[in-house]
Design a protein around this ligand. Structure first.
Ligand code: NAP
Length: 359
């Protein structure tokens, strides 16, 4: 694989810092540009981030002295890189315009933001689940009038545990309804306990927009390409409650599920154990070897113990048992800024590179 020059737009933020960390020693991707708001532009990356560095590993040496560029100077950034990762905290319509401007400057955009997730010709991809949605990219390029430029997005962090857990059960058993309660870490809001002290010893029963995303986005992931758009699936029916809990990283979900044809517990565990997708088949550098891990212990998975499984790219599942209202219930966990954000986007970029969309 050739080496790709990479820009991170929103590099000073929580997800941006993850991207910068993941680019250190990446076999295919070289961090070349960091960009953020005019507040940070012109400073070294080290000065711009300052005390906001929230990773448990030190800031990579190669990033420290990069001069932060103004993300709005699209042509200047695009001229220096092969593609960008985008994770910015701006208004939705501003993010949409920014991402489209990069794509139109012939710079592919791999985005963490929600702004384009429901643009009909923008693929939203979890590489193990719907890698074939990359087939929509030529139609998007046609609409944008580009040769190289396009936008691809990853889905919301809240669903990165339960959608992978349900996916291997869909074809044989037909998941028809699902209730999910999520217990989400504060890094999902771009915060630490230092910057959000109210969260110490606390639980807040509201995360703006999260429940709608948790219910709607799975249906796009399971959707089909029809002509020049992705048509979302009609089932299963989801209902979600999303809570913010006092954890630094890691989103847990408690899931209740019913099937058209009820499998046995052993059949479900076997599907989970044997599941893999395009990320594993293509041997992508960030792919977990075993995507879904089932724990037999009653008190696992635990956020603190298990979020970093397979470099934070695997999903942990446990406590599968019969339910009185639904067929089964279980819990599952994924790392929200790794598999759920920057790590998932890096895996998506690797998929796009392997399929030739970043050439
Ligand atoms: N945290 C998660 O787990 C998670 C998961 C999935 C998706 N996301 C999404 O990822 C995005 C970023 O989240 P985050 O948690 O990393 O936010 P964050 O920590 O608040 O960082 C925001 C970033 O956006 C930049 N920014 C703000 N205004 C800008 C402007 N006008 N022009 C250019 N850059 C601007 C900031 O630059 P300055 O430092 O210069 O202000 C900073 O780099 C959001 O859309 C979020 O919904 C986050």
């Amino acid at each position: 694989m050739k080496e790709f020059k990479v820009g991170v737009v929103g590099a000073t933020g929580m997800v941006g810092q993850r991207f910068v960390s993941l680019m250190e020693n990446h076999p295919w991707f070289k961090l070349t540009v960091v960009a953020a708001s005019p507040r940070s532009a012109g400073k070294t990356y080290e000065d711009a981030v300052g005390s906001r560095w929230a990773m448990s590993t030190p800031m990579p040496q190669q990033a420290k002295n990069l001069i932060v560029m103004d993300a709005a100077k699209v042509e200047e950034v695009a001229a220096l890189v092969d593609f960008i990762f985008c994770a910015v905290d701006m208004k939705k319509d501003e993010i949409k315009a920014l991402e489209e401007a990069y794509a139109k400057a012939e710079c592919p955009v791999v985005s963490n933001n929600s702004a384009n997730r429901f643009t009909e010709d923008v693929p939203m991809i979890v590489p193990e689940i719907n890698d074939t949605h990359t087939d929509i990219i030529p139609a998007q390029r046609k609409r944008l009038g580009t040769k190289r430029g396009f936008i691809a997005v990853k889905s919301n962090c809240s669903l990165q545990s339960y959608v992978p857990a349900l996916h291997p059960l869909m074809a044989d058993y037909g998941v028809n309804k699902c209730l999910v309660c999520t217990y989400q870490a504060i890094s999902g809001a771009g915060k630490t306990f230092e910057t959000w002290p109210e969260m110490v010893d606390n639980c807040i029963p509201y995360i703006g927009g999260e429940e709608e995303k948790s219910e709607k986005e799975p249906l796009k992931l399971w959707g089909k390409i029809e002509g020049d758009k992705i048509v979302p699936a009609k089932a299963p029916a989801f209902t979600a409650q999303c809570l913010r809990v006092a954890c630094s990283d890691g989103h847990m979900a408690a899931v209740f599920v019913s099937f058209d044809k009820k499998p046995t517990i052993e059949e479900i565990k076997e599907k989970w154990a044997n599941f893999s997708g395009a990320a594993q088949a293509l041997n992508l550098p960030s792919a977990p070897k075993q995507f879904l891990h089932y724990f037999e212990e009653d008190n696992r998975p635990q956020t603190k113990l298990d979020r970093n499984l397979e470099n934070g790219m695997a999903v942990s599942i446990g406590r599968l048992r019969e339910d009185t209202q639904y067929d089964y219930k279980f819990v599952c966990l994924s790392h929200n800024t790794l598999r759920g954000a920057a790590g998932g986007a890096v895996l998506l970029a690797e998929l796009l590179a392997a399929k030739g969309y970043l050439d």
